[in-house]
Design a protein around this ligand. Structure first.
Ligand code: SF4
Length: 137
């Protein structure tokens, strides 16, 4: 077993339960994950995703920048440019096809509050009632 240099207390990124855990770090890499017995949501327990699924952090395949498709080709972009592109496209789609042409799919990785806010954006700003969530699939 690799002996860690330090531990970082944090929240599991996988779902809205919000289990508290410790990342055991060596050479700036996560070498083990353990549950936090002081965690109010989990009392030291973690499911298989929280306990063994954190290795994606060091994956070479991990997306580290937004990508925008221009003229049929995906290209890396700055966040401001990518978000501007999203606003531009959603505005054009809404103008040409109406708000019902836009749907929102949110995630179990978000908190309940974040999911609530997304449906407020969908219904209150865009005017679309097409809101769904991956946990319902
Ligand atoms: S350990 Fe499992 S139940 Fe807890 S937050 Fe992570 S994914 Fe959700």
């Amino acid at each position: 077993m690799i002996k860690p240099e330090r531990q970082v207390r944090t929240i599991c990124p996988y779902c809205g339960v919000g289990c508290s855990l410790f990342l055991h770090i060596k050479d700036d890499r996560i070498v083990r994950v353990t549950g936090d017995f002081e965690g109010a949501a989990n009392h030291g327990n973690l499911c298989v995703k929280g306990r063994f699924g954190i290795d994606f952090v060091h994956s070479a395949d991990r997306l580290r920048t937004p990508w925008v498709r221009r003229n049929g080709t995906l290209e890396p972009a700055e966040w401001e440019s990518a978000l501007g592109h999203v606003v531009e496209r959603l505005t054009a789609i809404r103008r040409e096809h109406g708000p019902g042409a836009i749907a929102f799919l949110t995630s179990a990785k978000c908190t309940n509050e974040e999911n609530y806010l997304l449906q407020k954006v969908a219904r209150g700003i865009v005017g679309s009632g097409h809101v769904d969530h991956c946990a319902r699939l």
